[in-house]
Design a protein around this ligand. Structure first.
Ligand code: BES
Ligand code: MN
Ligand code: ZN
Length: 504
C-alpha cells in the first residue's frame, strides 16, 4: 500500500472515497469535515440531527454522493468518540478499521483528513505515522497458501490530504516512518504465520539473508559445525532431535562508527513439539509461531536499516526445531552452554531458554550492550497477563523506562514483572549449575532467572511475548494470526538511543 501526503482541499480530491471524521456530541462538523458538509449542502449536519450519525467510537458511515457536489463519489464518516478519550492509539486503530472496510467494499484508492491532528498532545507527525501504521497493519492478510479469492481487493493508495501547507512536511515524515515500521511488523507476521514445513531454520535464515542484502545489513549464518566450535552446547542440545539443520542468524546494522552495539536477541524455534517432554496434541499447531521473537528481531532490523538511526545494532537468532527424534536430548541430560555453565534438562519443552542461553552468551562475547531478548518463552506469562500486555523482566530500571516509553508510543502494552532474588532458588540443580525448569507457579519468572545466568550482569531486558504473539480475532491493528508485537516497540527503543536529530 502507498500512503501519500498531498496539500489541497479534500472536497476537490479525486478519489474513490474521502474519509472525514466527527467527535461524539458535535452537532455541526468543523474543519475539513465541515468543508465536506458545506459542499454537500449540510447533509452531514442533517444526518447528525436525525441521529443517523452520532460520532460514537467505532461508528463508520459510508455515504454515496455519486460525484455530485464532491469530486469523490463516496464519503466515509468515522466516529472518533469523545475528544477526552481520543488518543494516538485510537487514530491507529481507526485507520485500521477504515482500511479494512474500504477493502471489503473493493475501494482501492481513498483520501483522508488527519484524524486527531490539532488535538492537544497529538502532533501532526505522530498522527500521520499512526494513520499509515493502522492502514498497513489493519489490511494485512496472510494468503500465501490460499487460492486467490476472485473479489479480494485491498486498499492500494491512501492519500492524507492537508490544506495547511506548513503541516505537509511533518505529515510526510510521519507517514513515511509509519509505512516503514508497519511493513516491518507485517514482515514479522509473514515469517510467524508461515507453517513450519515451509519456514524451516534454513528457510528462516535464507529470508533473513535476502532481507539483509536488500537493505544493506551485514549478515552471517552460522551452521551446526561453527556453533559447535564456539561451544554452543545448549543450543545444539535442542537441535539434536531434529532432522532440520540448525542455523544461527547474525545481522548487523552500523550507523555509529565503532560505538558499542545494542544487542537484539530473538528465540527462533521454528516448531516446538516439546521434544521428548512432548506437548499434548490440542493447539500444538500454534507452535509454528515459536520463532516469533526471532522474526520480530529480524523484522525490526529491516526498519532500522531503512530509518538509518545513528546507533549500532546486532541481532542474534538461534533457529532450530524442537523435535523428539532418536538423537534428542532427554530429561536428566546435562548440557554445557557457551559461557561454560552447565544445565540439567528437566523438561525438554523448556527449550527456548536453552537456545537463548547460548545466544546471550554470544552477545556477551560480542560485547553487545544493552541486551534485549524477545521470546515466546512461557505459557505462564499468558496466565499472568493474558493477551493484553507482554512481560518485561530486567536488571536495569533505565532500560525498563525506555522500553515502557517505546511500547506506549507504539500502542504495544508491556508490564514489568518482579525479579526478587528469592525466585532464583527454584532453578538450583543437584548435578549441574542450574536446571531448566523451576515448576509451574511463577514459571515466567524462573525462565527469566535462567536467562539472567548468561548476561554477565550487563544491562538486560527479557520480553516474554507468549501471551500476545498470536491473536484469535481481528481488533484494530490486529488481525487473526501473528500480531507482529513487539516489532514497533523494538524500533522505537533503538531510535531512542540515537541522537535526536538522527531519529527522524
Ligand atoms: N513455546 C513454549 C511457550 C508457549 C506456550 C508459547 C504457549 C506460546 C503459547 C515454550 O517453549 C514452553 O513450552 N514453555 C513451557 C516451559 C515449561 C516446560 C517449564 C511452558 O510454558 O509450559
Ligand atoms: Mn517448549
Ligand atoms: Zn517453545
Amino acid at each position: 500500500m502507498h500512503v501519500r501526503v498531498a496539500s489541497g482541499d479534500i472536497t476537490q480530491t479525486e478519489t474513490q472515497c474521502v474519509v472525514v471524521n466527527l467527535f461524539q456530541g458535535v452537532v455541526a462538523p468543523a474543519g475539513a469535515s465541515g468543508a465536506v458538509d458545506r459542499a454537500l449542502s449540510g447533509m452531514l449536519t442533517e444526518l447528525i440531527a436525525a441521529g443517523d450519525i452520532t460520532g460514537k467510537w467505532g461508528e463508520l458511515t459510508l455515504l454515496h454522493t455519486i460525484g455530485r457536489a464532491l469530486a469523490a463519489p463516496r464519503v466515509l464518516v468515522a466516529g472518533l468518540g469523545t475528544a477526552d478519550e481520543f488518543t494516538i492509539d485510537r487514530v491507529r486503530d481507526l485507520s485500521a478499521n477504515i482500511a479494512r472496510l474500504l477493502g471489503a467494499r473493493r475501494i482501492r484508492d481513498a483520501a483522508t483528513i488527519t484524524h486527531g491532528a490539532g488535538l492537544r498532545a497529538l502532533d501532526a507527525e505522530s498522527c500521520a505515522q499512526a494513520i499509515a501504521e493502522g492502514a498497513l497493519l489493519g489490511s494485512y492478510r496472510f494468503d500465501a497458501h490460499k487460492q486467490p479469492e476472485e473479489d479480494a481487493t485491498r486498499l492500494k493508495t491512501l492519500t492524507i490530504v492537508e490544506n495547511d501547507q506548513a503541516k505537509v512536511a511533518p505529515l510526510t515524515r510521519g507517514a513515511e516512518r509509519g509505512v516503514i515500521v508497519a511493513e516491518a511488523a507485517n514482515f514479522a507476521r509473514d515469517l510467524a504465520n508461515e507453517p513450519s514445513n515451509v519456514l524451516t531454520p534454513t528457510e528462516f535464515a535464507a529470508r533473513a539473508e535476502t532481507m539483509a542484502r536488500e537493505e544493506g545489513l551485514g549478515c552471517r549464518i552460522l551452521d551446526r559445525d561453527e556453533c559447535q566450535q564456539m561451544g554452543m552446547g545448549s543450543f545444539l542440545g535442542v537441535a539434536k532431535g531434529s532432522q532440520q539443520p540448525p542455523k544461527f542468524i547474525v545481522l548487523t546494522y552500523r550507523g555509529a562508527g565503532d560505538a558499542r552495539p545494542l544487542g537484539l536477541i530473538g528465540k527462533g524455534i521454528t516448531f516446538d513439539t516439546g521434544g521428548i517432554s512432548i506437548k499434548p496434541a490440542a493447539g500444538m499447531e500454534e507452535m509454528k509461531a515459536d520463532m516469533t521473537g526471532g522474526a520480530c528481531v529480524v523484522a525490526a532490523m529491516r526498519a532500522i536499516a531503512r530509518l538509518r538511526p545513528a546507533v549500532n545494532v546486532t541481532a542474534l537468532v538461534p533457529a532450530t526445531e524442537n523435535m523428539p527424534g532418536g538423537g534428542a536430548t532427554k530429561p536428566g541430560d546435562v548440557l554445557r552452554a557457551m559461557n561454560g555453565k552447565t544445565i540439567e534438562v528437566i523438561n525438554t519443552d523448556a527449550e527456548g531458554r536453552l537456545v537463548l542461553a547460548d545466544a546471550l552468551s554470544y552477545a556477551v562475547k560480542l560485547d553487545l550492550s544493552p541486551l534485549v531478548d524477545v521470546a515466546t518463552l512461557t505459557a505462564a506469562i499468558g496466565i499472568a497477563l493474558g493477551d493484553v500486555a507482554y512481560g518485561v523482566f530486567s536488571n536495569n530500571d533505565a532500560l525498563v523506562g525506555r522500553l515502557r516509553a517505546s511500547a506506549t508510543a507504539a500502542g504495544e502494552k508491556c508490564w514489568e514483572m518482579p525479579m526478587f532474588a528469592e525466585y532464583r532458588d527454584a532453578i538450583k540443580s543437584p548435578v549441574a549449575d542450574m536446571r531448566n525448569s523451576g515448576g509451574r507457579n511463577a514459571g515466567a519468572i524462573f525462565a527469566a532467572f535462567f536467562l539472567k545466568e548468561f548476561i554477565d550482569d550487563r544491562p538486560w531486558a527479557h520480553l516474554d511475548i507468549a501471551g500476545v504473539d498470536f491473536v484469535e480475532k481481528e481488533k484494530g491493528v490486529l488481525v487473526k494470526g501473528s500480531s507482529g508485537i513487539p516489532v514497533r516497540t523494538l524500533v522505537n527503543l533503538v531510535l531512542s538511543y540515537a541522537p535526536a536529530a538522527e531519529a527522524s
